[in-house]
Design a protein. Structure first.
Length: 307
C-alpha cells in the first residue's frame, strides 16, 4: 500500500465497490469481486493494518451474501472479526484507550454475523462464542465475556465441552467477584450426572469450599452435595466426588477450621503453604477470606474500644 495507507485503502475499496455497481444491470461477477476484497485484505494484513483488513473481509462477506454463499459469508465474517480483534489488542498493547470501542464493536458484530449463518446445533456456534469470550477476557472485558460463555454453555450438547465451558465461566465469575453465582455454577458442575474428569472435579471442589466459606449460605439452601463435601473433607471420607490428594485435603481441613474458629494468624500460615496447589482464582478467594477476617477483627477491636 502507499505511504498514505488510509487513502490507498479507501481508493482500492471504493474501486471494487464501483465495479460492482456498474454491473448492477447485469449479473455481477461475485467471485471476481470477492477475490479482489480478499487480496486487499491480505495486502492490509501484510502492512500490519488489521482494521483495514477487517473492512476488506467484510466486503468479501457481503459479496458472498449477494451470491447466496452463506458459508463463504460466515468464513469471511470470521476473518474480519479476527482482524478487528487484532486491531483492538494492538491498541491495548500500546496502552491506547479507545472510548468508542470501534474495533471491538466491529469484531463482536462480525462474530455474531458469522454465528448466525450456522444451524442452531452446529458445534461451530460454540467455537465462535468461546473464541469471542476468550478474546474479551484477554481484553479484560470479563463481564461481557461471561454472557458469551453462558450462551456457549447453552448451545453445546457434548458433555466435555459443556463442562469446560462451565469451568471457564466459574473462574470468570470468581474474577468478577460474583461469588454467589460462581458457587451456583460450581454446584452444577459437581452435581452434573456425567463422567467429569477427576482433575476438574478436584479443582472445582476446592473452589466450592472456598466460595462456601466466603458466601456462608444458610444450611437450608445448601445443596446436598455441598453439605456432603464438608462432611467428607472434615471426616477424611474417601469418595470419588472429592478426589483430593492427602496434602490438599489436610490443608483444606485446616482452612475450614481456621475460618470457623476465626484464627487469622493460623489461616495466613496455612494459606502460605497451600498456594502452590491452587489456581489463580482460588488464591484470590483465599486472600478475600483472609481480608474478611482482618476486617472482622478490626470491627471487633473498634467495638471493644467504644465500650
Amino acid at each position: 500500500m502507499s505511504t498514505d495507507l488510509s487513502a490507498s485503502f479507501n481508493e482500492q475499496y471504493m474501486n471494487i465497490n464501483t465495479k460492482m455497481k456498474k454491473r448492477f444491470m447485469r449479473k455481477p461477477n461475485i467471485s471476481e469481486a470477492t477475490n479482489e476484497f480478499i487480496a486487499l485484505a491480505i495486502q492490509c494484513e501484510h502492512s500490519d493494518q488489521p482494521a483495514f483488513a477487517g473492512h476488506a473481509y467484510v466486503g468479501a462477506a457481503k459479496c458472498e451474501a449477494s451470491g447466496g454463499n452463506f458459508l463463504g459469508e460466515a468464513e469471511h465474517y470470521l476473518a474480519a472479526a479476527r482482524q478487528f480483534m487484532k486491531a483492538e489488542k494492538k491498541l491495548k498493547s500500546l496502552k491506547f484507550y479507545n472510548a468508542d470501542r470501534e474495533n471491538l464493536e466491529a469484531a463482536t458484530g462480525c462474530f455474531i454475523q458469522a454465528l448466525n449463518k450456522y444451524p442452531e446445533k452446529s458445534p461451530l456456534r460454540y467455537s465462535i462464542l468461546m473464541e469471542l469470550a476468550n478474546d474479551l477476557v484477554e481484553l479484560n472485558h470479563k463481564l461481557e465475556a461471561a454472557s458469551y460463555y453462558e450462551q456457549a454453555m447453552e448451545s453445546v450438547q457434548e458433555y466435555t465441552m459443556r463442562v469446560m465451558c462451565m469451568r471457564n465461566l466459574l473462574n470468570l465469575k470468581i474474577d468478577c467477584a460474583k461469588h454467589d453465582e460462581a458457587l451456583e455454577i460450581a454446584n452444577k458442575i459437581c452435581d452434573i450426572n456425567l463422567n467429569v474428569p477427576q482433575e476438574i472435579i478436584a479443582e472445582v471442589q476446592v473452589s466450592r469450599i472456598l466460595l462456601a466459606l466466603l458466601e456462608k449460605p444458610p444450611e437450608d439452601i445448601k445443596t446436598p452435595s455441598l453439605k456432603q463435601l464438608f462432611v467428607d473433607i472434615m471426616n477424611d471420607n474417601e469418595s470419588d466426588a472429592v478426589p483430593l490428594n492427602t496434602d490438599i485435603r489436610l490443608k483444606m481441613q485446616s482452612v475450614i477450621i481456621c475460618h470457623t474458629t476465626g484464627d487469622i494468624h493460623s489461616l495466613i500460615s496455612v494459606a502460605a503453604g497451600i498456594k502452590q496447589f491452587l489456581t489463580l482464582q482460588q488464591v484470590e478467594l483465599l486472600h478475600r477470606l483472609i481480608s474478611e477476617h482482618k476486617l472482622d477483627q478490626a470491627d471487633d477491636t473498634r467495638c471493644r474500644s467504644v465500650d
